[in-house]
Design a protein. Structure first.
Length: 360
């Protein structure tokens, strides 16, 4: 029986990808060894890492002005690494405080220089993305940092901030990368931990405009410099080969199903179904402002914390798992990334309906 895993990450991967990985695991392309046993400098792995990069370039329409890097340490290491590399001496960086992950990114930046908040929705428990025309931006900032989708609070930018000349926009897209069409050229850098829409944990995708990597101060260690990953094609040291192999498989799958054009349509449909059910049923409430609703992490509550807990427990018995809200905020959270089929949403809605009838 299919288990629909609504976890925020590590999250479900496409069934076709899991099956392909299983089929290839012990004997990759007839070489007699699995991909995890092969040298990262051999021909078979070289093809894999090059294919992963090319797939990202094709799917997200990434130009040659940008490098595509695979870096260990997850998105959390990028919080520090981006500031170490890109926060220029004598300047400050702008940060939008839209959730717990944004706040963590901001905290790391302050370890390396001056950083300022341009907006915050912390006082209302991060229930919305502050209106872009209320932000107090610095036209001379080293960069502007945003979190495109707030995994814990369940908010997402419907529209991105205006790009100011000389202020590269840097986005943590960990929880909505490759879920919708975006213009990479609007960003100086995009980064994402892989374990939601891209593959297993253990690697972060970093898409960076190559000229920005020239800013790095001389004191930054080799392994923490973007230029190292750019110059060595993410092969300065032994990279997480299995995670990168999975990125190649997931991106192959995205291309097969029609790329971001197709995924955006499917994701819009899945989210619209779930939100319209939530709006129609007064048993459930959503704490998120309408214009900031995430299409990836749908956060809601029943009338009480006891019922929230009972909901999560009963859902798991019906093969609907991972629905517990983040430990910081409680409630219920359905993460519906690219790999969650529409059938999973249908089954969740039908469970929600029964649960509301029995407990309402
Ligand atoms: N940013 C966002 C938006 C996230 O959702 C997460 C993890 N859930 C992180 C950063 C941290 O990612 P990692 O665990 O890969 O460091």
């Amino acid at each position: 029986m299919t288990v629909y895993n609504f976890s925020a990450g590590p999250a479900m991967l496409p069934a076709a990808v899991m099956q392909r990985a299983q089929a290839e695991f012990c004997d990759y392309k007839g070489c007699g060894n699995g991909i995890v046993e092969l040298s990262h400098r051999g021909a078979l792995f070289t093809e894999v890492i090059e294919r992963a990069e090319q797939n990202f370039r094709d799917i997200m329409n990434i130009s040659d002005d940008y490098a595509v890097c695979f870096i260990q340490g997850g998105a959390s290491m990028q919080f520090a690494m981006l500031a170490m590399n890109l926060l220029e001496a004598g300047k400050s960086a702008d940060y939008a405080d839209t959730g717990v992950w944004s706040a963590k990114a901001f905290k790391e930046a302050k370890l390396f220089g001056d950083a300022k908040l341009v907006c915050s929705s912390k006082e209302t428990k991060y229930d919305h993305i502050p209106a872009l025309n209320t932000w107090t931006r610095n036209p001379n900032a080293s960069y502007l940092h945003i979190t495109s989708n707030n995994t814990v609070a369940g908010t997402q930018y419907a529209k991105f901030p205006e790009v100011l000349p000389n202020v590269p926009m840097i986005a943590d897209m960990s929880s909505d990368i490759m879920s919708r069409k975006i213009n990479v050229n609007d960003f100086g850098m995009i980064y994402a931990g892989a374990q939601k829409n891209l593959g297993p944990s253990g690697v972060a995708l970093v898409i960076i405009r190559k000229d920005l990597a020239e800013r790095t101060p001389a004191s930054v260690p080799t392994m923490l410099r973007y230029s190292t990953y750019i110059n060595e094609k993410s092969l300065f040291n032994t990279p997480p080969t299995f995670a990168i192999y999975m990125l190649a498989l997931v991106t192959d799958w995205v291309k097969e199903i029609g790329g971001l054009d197709a995924l955006e349509v499917i994701n819009n449909k899945k989210a619209a179904k779930l939100y319209s059910y939530l709006d129609a049923n007064s048993f459930y409430t959503s704490p998120v402002a309408l214009d900031s609703r995430s299409k990836m992490n749908v956060v809601f509550r029943t009338p009480s914390e006891e019922l929230d807990a009972a909901f999560v427990k009963a859902a798991a018995k019906e093969q609907l798992t991972g629905l517990k809200g983040h430990r910081l905020v409680g409630g219920i959270r359905a993460s519906i990334y690219n790999a969650m089929p529409e059938a999973g949403i249908d089954k969740l809605i039908s469970f929600m309906d029964n649960f509301a009838r029995q407990n309402g």
